[in-house]
Design a protein around this ligand. Structure first.
Ligand SMILES: Cc1cc2nc3c(=O)[nH]c(=O)nc-3n(C[C@H](O)[C@H](O)[C@H](O)COP(=O)(O)OP(=O)(O)OC[C@H]3O[C@@H](n4cnc5c(N)ncnc54)[C@H](O)[C@@H]3O)c2cc1C
Length: 382
């Protein structure tokens, strides 16, 4: 990188959020530099399960449900577009989801969830007994009823993030990896440049903070903190058994997602343990025992991989999108929690629109930083 660069917009963080925003900004003809301290998709954006199937959030607060439905309405087309532009196969497959329940409360919740999909014109049907066993013979026969949601889709998170990044590059974005942002330069209420650990300054008209779980560390030096903290997710992959699992199974607080590479991703824990990225005996034991109780044949499956990631979780679980208060040109795009991929197309489009038109798209209006001054319902209470 050269010592003194100038651009319209600096995006800090090359996870799925930052790369999606870069792509949409380049489509609008805006000059962009993305600065990443490690590599593209180094953190949560490579650790994710890659499920595109908004679930509990759709029966929560209306603003949150609307946000996720707006995200859902454009994600598959956007993924098809970045696959075309970048030439990267992101292993996108509509696997379909089967939701099982253990008590009447959960069943009632699933019924409300099914209603939301039906009002969107999507299929959500109950399967029982023989029909269920035929659809998914590997499901524990103890479960005699399940809600089938055929639209559940699986992607490979690292590849999707790279596809956003390469699409942005193809349109002229610059992405500097191994370049940590360590400070800012400003005049009055306006950022004029970002400083990097390599001793460079990038002069800019605007800054987007898309630094995931680390977002608050960066803004502290600007005089404000963000209610975003790391939520550890432990996750693992098993090899598919000879007779493979066909559907994504949701139940008992986890999901099992069959992948194109003949593995099944099983995730994930939700733990508040700071920036500790360890896998623990307890976390892995819970994932395995719960998965085996849902699909008993997995007891014999070989373990392919175990890993962990830090979700950028806001206090209410929904993202923080919009201008930072008291600053003229800092834009926040963080706190996506467990849904950064599902919301990635929407994040890119709405933040690019905000920068090019100055207007907040109505669906993201409730998701500014200012909402944390008021009482809210947490996504984790849903
Ligand atoms: C186990 C697990 C399973 C998940 N499953 C799903 C799923 O199925 N579907 C879904 O939609 N979401 C899922 N998620 C959530 C999803 O991964 C996140 O919401 C999403 O990746 C957040 O993307 P991001 O770009 O905001 O943050 P990140 O991907 O964390 O990117 C932030 C980037 O900023 C960089 N950075 C930080 N500080 C600096 C600095 N000072 N200078 C330069 N760069 C910096 C970091 O290195 C990092 O690359 C899951 C997450 C986990 C952990």
């Amino acid at each position: 990188m050269h010592k003194n660069l100038t651009t319209d917009v600096v995006i800090i963080g090359a996870g799925v959020s930052g790369c999606s925003i870069a792509y949409q900004l380049r489509k609008a003809g805006v000059d962009v530099i993305v600065v990443e301290r490690e590599e593209i998709a180094a953190e949560a954006s490579s650790a994710a399960a890659g499920l595109l199937s908004p679930a509990g959030v759709l029966t929560g607060p209306a603003d949150g449900a609307n946000l996720y439905l707006a995200g859902w309405s454009i994600i598959l087309d956007t993924i098809a577009e970045i696959v075309r532009v970048s030439g990267i196969d992101v292993e996108c497959r509509q696997v379909g989801g089967l939701h099982v329940f253990t008590d009447e409360n959960e069943r009632a919740h699933l019924e409300r969830y099914a209603e939301v999909w039906r009002t969107q014109g999507s299929e959500a049907t109950w399967l029982a007994d023989d029909q269920l066993q035929q659809e998914e013979p590997l499901l524990n026969a103890h479960y005699t009823t399940a809600l089938s949601v055929p639209l559940a889709t699986s992607i490979r998170p690292r590849l999707v993030t790279q596809a956003y990044a390469e699409s942005a590059r193809a349109l002229g974005a610059h992405i500097y990896e191994h370049t940590e942002v360590t400070g800012f330069q400003w005049h009055k209420q306006s950022i004029t440049g970002v400083e990097t650990a390599n001793g460079e300054t990038i002069h800019c008209g605007r800054v987007v903070i898309a630094t995931g779980a680390w977002s608050s560390q960066l803004t502290e030096q600007l005089g404000f903190t963000l209610p975003v903290f790391p939520s550890r997710g432990q996750i693992l992959a098993l090899q598919q058994p000879e007779q493979p699992l066909q559907h994504t199974i949701f139940g008992k607080g986890l999901y099992l997602v069959p992948k194109v590479d003949q593995t099944i991703y099983i995730g994930a824990t939700r733990e508040h343990v700071g920036f500790d990225k360890s896998n623990t005996a307890g976390g892995i034991a819970w994932l395995l025992s719960t998965a085996i109780s849902l699909v008993p044949t997995l007891e014999q499956a070989a373990i392919a991989k175990i890993w962990t990631g830090l979700r950028p979780m806001s206090e209410d679980g929904f993202p923080i999108l919009g201008y930072a208060p008291n600053w003229e040109n800092i834009i926040l795009a963080t706190g996506h929690g467990a849904g950064g991929f599902e919301l990635s197309a929407l994040t890119g489009r709405t933040i690019a629109d905000l920068i090019t038109t100055g207007q907040l798209t109505p669906v993201i209006q409730p998701f500014g930083l200012a909402r944390f001054n008021k009482p809210t319902t947490s996504i984790e209470e849903i």
